[in-house]
Design a protein around this ligand. Sequence first.
Ligand code: ADP
Length: 186
Amino acid sequence: MSQTQHGVTVWFTGLSGAGKTTIRMAIEQALRGQGLKVEVLDGDIVRQNLTKGLGFSKADRDENIRRIGFVANLLTRNGVIVLVSAISPYRSVREEVRQKIDNFVEVYVNAPLDICEQRDVKGLYKKARAGEIKQFTGIDDPYEPPLNPEVECRTDLETLEESTAKVISTLQTLGYLPNPSIANPI
Ligand code: ADP
């Protein structure tokens, strides 16, 4: 690689089933295909190790996000593109993490609750409606949408390709991808 890679944290926030993991995987594949250093911090996986034992109270959710942010910052300042997908429902802790990380791009993965619920990718909405899961975001726990995300993907209205292209082009515009000639990496 002739140019030094810029580190950046790309933070995907949104309801369960909104499309965070799906878009993140497409971006990951595109960037790895360009030979870039990419790491992934996926909320579901992080909760099995780095933040194991934390629950879903506001305090625990915030702690979960702070720890993810801590690791994302270490990687970002070492030139890695860090893809974080986590519901991260609270605005204030997302802002706190943004302040700590020099290069931070927030992607609001937005689909209406009823669409996420229809998709019910993991069957969790059904359980939440049945009362088998408590404190489920969107059902009996809040989600505070970003006010000024760098990118918003309306996954009920856009194709995956459109959503992915939006993220990539924003990273290019902001100068986080080393080669601006990568116009259509997908
Ligand atoms: P999350 O990680 O936010 O919980 P997932 O990525 O696991 O959500 O699930 C999102 C679902 O929505 C997938 O089944 C995916 O195929 C579907 N989907 C439909 N349109 C889009 C889109 N434009 N972007 C991302 N996902 C989409």
